[in-house]
Ligand binder design. Structure first.
Ligand code: CDP
Ligand code: MG
Length: 140
């Protein structure tokens, strides 16, 4: 299995409830290494660009409002099979359907405020990492 990179966001609902440490602990205990990390407050343009794939979806406007409602922690994670491993660690989009012990089952509030984001495939992972990080920042 190859070493991969993936992109993570600790979303505003989790930052607001002081859960950054709990979520990073789950990430590192899962064997994912933090290559780069930053706390930011996304602009509307950034959130719209990041979630452009969802722009026709009925929840797009509320999603952008939510993602810009407070600070988030963006990071680039690296490890064996990192994309799929981090998706498994997050759990299903809807916290009610997320497997026990996952980030979303433990901390997610509802299908929107679900505490974390993770890339879903190698091409999106590459694009999402590049959306927020320059290659020379990824030194961890
Ligand atoms: O984040 P994930 O890849 O699991 O789900 P997605 O289908 O790519 O949706 C992106 C994000 O939009 C979700 O994580 C939710 O925050 C939000 N969403 C929502 O507000 N309402 C939905 N019905 C579906 C997703
Ligand atoms: Mg997605």
């Amino acid at each position: 299995m190859a070493i991969e990179r993936t992109f993570s966001i600790i979303k505003p609902d989790a930052v607001e409830r002081n859960l950054i440490g709990d979520i990073l602990k789950m990430i590192t205990e899962a064997g994912l290494k933090i290559k780069g990390m930053r706390m930011i407050h996304m602009s509307k343009e950034q959130a719209e660009g990041f979630y452009a794939v969802h722009k026709e979806r009925p929840f797009f406007g509320e999603l952008v409002e939510y993602m810009t409602s407070g600070p988030v922690v963006v990071s680039c994670l690296e490890g064996e099979n990192a994309i799929e491993n981090y998706r498994k660690l997050m759990g299903a989009t809807n916290p009610e359907q997320a497997e026990e012990g996952t980030i979303r089952a433990r901390f997610g509030q509802n299908i929107q405020n679900n505490s974390c984001h993770g890339s879903d495939a190698p091409d999106t992972a590459r694009n999402e990492v590049a959306f927020f990080f320059n290659e020379d920042e990824l030194v961890g």
